[in-house]
Design a protein around this ligand. Structure first.
Ligand code: ZN
Length: 190
């Protein structure tokens, strides 16, 4: 099994995508075994912290009545509503105080699945000297997928930590990994 501390190097950045209460079992939009990513992601966070590498957390952070909600014509149940307990990061996730939080899904007119979508995240990564972006979180076949594809388009070497991700559906997860490989995303499988 790949050890995070052996893999990480200077120029790396770690992005933890939407590891929030609503995406874990018991939440409003639970992803099967969503909470199982937490210990895996924590190991990567710990290793990144030890190497003084930048760590970023994204939050799905919707206003009430967001267009992605079924109640408002969208595809998903109401989830990750701003300042509600469901929008909080998972209680067991290691939160590094000096790290950066990116909120997305805040627009009133459309959803933002990708952490890069009109957030300025690519600029932030460049400012921080990040060349290789490691990504884990939820859900593999939705926001992680959109994010890593945008990461490649933005010129970063992108690595997905597959064990630190879970898909909405198994089928969707397989397709997402295929699409990622085709786009030039590297996958850490174990
Ligand atoms: Zn959402």
């Amino acid at each position: 099994m790949l050890k995070p501390e052996d893999f990480l190097q200077q120029g790396d950045g770690l992005l933890v995508v939407d590891v929030q209460v609503d995406f874990c079992p018991g939440g409003a939009l639970p992803i099967p075994d969503g909470d199982k990513v937490v210990p895996v992601v924590n190991a990567w966070i710990e290793a990144a912290l030890n190497k003084n590498l930048p760590i970023y957390y994204s939050l799905d952070w919707h206003p009430e009545g967001h267009p992605s909600f079924k109640s408002n014509g969208g595809d998903w149940p109401d989830h990750c509503v701003q300042n509600t307990p469901g929008a909080a990061l998972h209680a067991d996730l290691r939160i590094v105080p000096q790290s950066v939080v990116i909120t997305k899904g805040v627009r009133f007119d459309q959803d933002q699945l990708s952490v890069f979508h009109e957030t300025g995240f690519a600029e932030k990564l460049r400012q921080d000297g990040v060349k290789r972006l490691l990504v884990a979180g939820l859900a593999l076949d939705v926001c992680v997928l959109a994010t890593v594809l945008d990461g490649v388009k933005s010129g970063f070497e992108v690595w997905v930590l597959a064990d630190g991700c879970r898909p909405v559906t198994e089928e969707g997860g397989k397709k997402a990994l295929d699409a990622m490989r085709q786009a030039g995303v590297h996958i850490v499988e174990d």
